[in-house]
Design a protein around this ligand. Sequence first.
Ligand code: SAM
Ligand code: DTB
Ligand code: SF4
Length: 362
Amino acid sequence: MRHDWTKEEVLEIYNKPLMHLLYEAATIHRESHNPNQVQVSTLLSIKTGGCPEDCGYCPQAARYHTDVEGNDLMSVQQVKAQALRAKSSGSSRVCMGAAWRNVKDGPEFDQVLEMVRTINKLDMEVCCTLGMITENQAHRLAEAGLYAYNHNLDSSEEYYKEVISTRGYQDRLDTIDNVRKTNVTVCSGGIIGMGESAEDRAGMLVALASLSPQPESTPINALVAVEGTPLEEQQPVSIWDMVRMVATTRIVMPQTQVRLSAGRTQMTREGQAMCFFAGANSIFAGDKLLTTPNPDVNEDMEMFKLLGLEPMKPFVKKAQPETVEAQYSEYKALGEKPKWTRPDHKIERNEEAKLAAKAAKS
Ligand code: SAM
Ligand code: DTB
Ligand code: SF4
């Protein structure tokens, strides 16, 4: 396992003649994974919209004018019903997303912890993506039975500054570090198609691969360009770029579960098959990602049949965590107020989208 990849080396892999790249990635894939098994996760937006951050890609940022309807935190019962549906349709993992900058101790976080306990007791892997978290919050999630925490680096450190001004790259790395102090696995990846260069893509992979240990799972999202967001006019990323990105991720992070994430509605079956061949071994299933469309489960199951793929059972890579009930918890809420950074530099297109939203609202 190498943690010292250079950007030049990664770029060289990314730009290899495609047949060499595919062959190398597929060979490495087979050394650590069964190429016919794909882990299937279902996303659940437990708290939608109204987010204070300015992520240029995100339809849930309050400052942009999109069609997303904001919702309060879902109830534990609603989440349980959705998790059972996901399980019956073949998912082994539920990934709960909240449009938060960071987690705050209090009744809402307690409710999320209860959701984690409830889903873990259904014998499904539980993942959360709730924004920045402290070490204590990571421990509390771990005690509740969390299997994975998703926190993406999203791009290279350099390009991150062109997309988000309300937090810094180091905040992301610090949260990942906090998760690493527990037994919870790390899920971290990014987005392509935001206008970044191939060098930025390589830079992101260098940052991910140099984490030690490397993330257990790495989502590769193709930007879903949503009207009203600063990136609304980005052209869909080419399937060739997606295949190259998946293959390069597989080569530099041989053990990680590479997740073919947002953007699958734009991809043909042939395109997706090439991504699986290149080392992708996980998808998000269900007709919705967090707020945008995703292929129908039945279509995905047909594709699996066609390609001879099978959904992976839960807890194959790591044993199921135990759930500690709230009253026996070792970690109490500390009510910390961590100083996550707020660089607040100006990103022109983010400012323009914010002004356009103000104009549309008045
Ligand atoms: N608020 C938390 C955070 O930002 O970490 C969790 C939810 S956030 C929606 C999770 C991830 O979704 C982001 O890091 C980004 O990679 C992905 N994402 C958001 N909007 C997207 C879009 N339009 N296209 C592709 N991926 C997107
Ligand atoms: C990830 O990397 N992709 C998922 C999950 N982690 C949380 C989210 C994709 C969101 C796409 C835009 C939306 O549906 O709002
Ligand atoms: Fe908020 Fe996460 Fe969307 Fe950024 S990506 S605006 S932090 S929900």
